[in-house]
Design a protein around this ligand. Structure first.
Ligand code: GLC
Length: 404
């Protein structure tokens, strides 16, 4: 079998980390299959894939196409802003047409049996560009009904799509509301490499990275590991930290940075530093920047906070923190709720509620036994439910069904 994995982004956000796990498990299970990664930009996804021995092709996205997105449109832009957006959309549409001709040429040179496409832009482009004989699978990682432009484009393009994978039941039922009725939507949970993301091993030196003095022994490290997408809840996290008694023995960290090209969807470091100053948290919160080695990043924290303010479609950070045996505080709702059980493998706070988040963080700072219980259960869950073994087995029937 010859498979092209297509991704708009070359950076390693959640959806791309998931794709990397997919490629690795498919390669391990089927060493004779030809696997190629095709991306719209270069980046860590591409270098990690070639490290795995997977062929890579980068077909550079034109800037207008890379930067356009509709996640910041949701009802907020009015009047002139909306007009400008429509102008940018038209220009992005023109560059999409030119790009899809290039994509078609690349796909026709050595037509794969199937394309496994990640990310809305690439999913739409592949639907337009794929040669007739090539089967197309969309791997959908985000809700679609909240996307004013993408939702109707996906509805139309779903007539050229053969099969859909969704990362949670919650996303699967959302996608079904939009796409043509004949297409199968199968839920396949993301997986983590539980050997790499394990509790034992080296940890990052967060204080050095954040330019802060070393913490005293016994100080609990609480942190977020997330891209700077505005809905990841960095502001809620900072407000929760501000609510905690400053005599509690902890220090907080924000690990990550702005990752994607799409305009208007991310905080800048300066935005978040300004929130930190406004809340008077300079001494209590450090920014480390993006850390490439995720296992080391997680292992450096005692408590990992997931604070998304919108329903989280899945939440890679949840299963990564569990796999690394960290005590996790997760936000309620969305696909994330399928992964967590409050007071068993995590503590769950009401999404967007800084006060409740502060309560759950404080419980973990104060109670070492609770931290140990939660993190042990989390690790056990990652091993039994989200390990890489089994991922290729779930994908195989979908690949074979669509290519029959
Ligand atoms: C997207 C989703 C996130 C999920 C990831 C991997 O980034 O927003 O919730 O964890 O894809 O499926």
């Amino acid at each position: 079998m010859n498979i092209v994995f297509a991704s708009a982004s070359g950076a390693l956000g959640g959806a791309e980390t998931s794709l990397l796990a997919v490629m690795k498990s498919v390669r391990d299970e089927n060493p004779t299959w030809k696997l190629t990664l095709l991306t719209g930009e270069s980046g860590s996804l591409v270098s990690e894939a070639s490290r795995l021995g997977i062929g890579t092709v980068t077909l550079q996205f034109p800037q207008q196409l890379g930067q356009i997105g509709d996640s910041s449109l949701k009802g907020s832009r009015k009047g002139l802003g909306r007009l400008r957006y429509v102008g940018r959309l038209v220009r992005a549409g023109a560059s999409a047409i030119a790009y899809s001709a290039k994509l078609r040429a690349a796909l026709s040179a050595d037509p794969p049996d199937l394309i496994h496409a990640n990310g809305f832009k690439m999913q739409l482009l592949c639907a337009v560009a794929k040669p007739g004989s090539v089967r197309l699978i969309w791997h959908i990682h985000d809700y679609v009904t909240t996307r004013p432009v993408v939702r109707w484009l996906l509805a139309l393009a779903s007539f050229r799509c053969d099969d859909i994978i969704a990362n949670s039941d919650s996303v699967a039922s959302n996608v079904r509301q939009v796409v043509r009725s004949g297409v199968d939507v199968t839920r396949v949970y993301n997986a983590v490499d539980c050997t790499d993301l394990s509790p034992a091993g080296p940890a990052a030196d967060l204080d050095r990275l954040a330019g802060a003095p070393p913490t005293a022994p016994g100080v609990i490290r609480v942190g977020m590991v997330a891209t700077f997408a505005t809905w990841k809840g960095h502001d809620v996290f900072l407000r929760a930290i501000a609510l905690l008694d400053s005599r509690l023995p902890f220090r907080a960290y924000i690990i990550g940075g702005p990752l994607y090209q799409t305009q208007g969807s991310q905080h800048t470091l300066e935005d978040l530093q300004a929130v930190r100053s406004r809340l008077g948290l300079e001494k209590r919160v450090g920014f480390t920047g993006f850390l490439k080695n995720r296992a080391e990043a997680f292992r450096s924290l005692d408590v990992v906070v997931h604070a998304s303010t919108e329903p989280e479609p899945f939440g890679m950070v949840i299963i990564e923190a569990m796999s690394c045996g960290r005590a996790l505080v997760a936000a309620s709702g969305g696909g994330a709720s399928e992964l967590t059980v409050h007071d068993v493998d995590s503590l769950v706070h009401r999404r967007g509620d800084a006060k409740d988040l502060a309560v759950q963080i404080e419980r973990l700072i104060r109670d070492q036994e609770l931290r140990t219980r939660i993190s042990t259960q989390g690790r056990a869950k990652a091993l039994s439910r989200f390990s890489m073994t089994g991922l290729a087995g779930q994908l195989r029937p979908i690949y074979l069904r669509t290519s029959s």
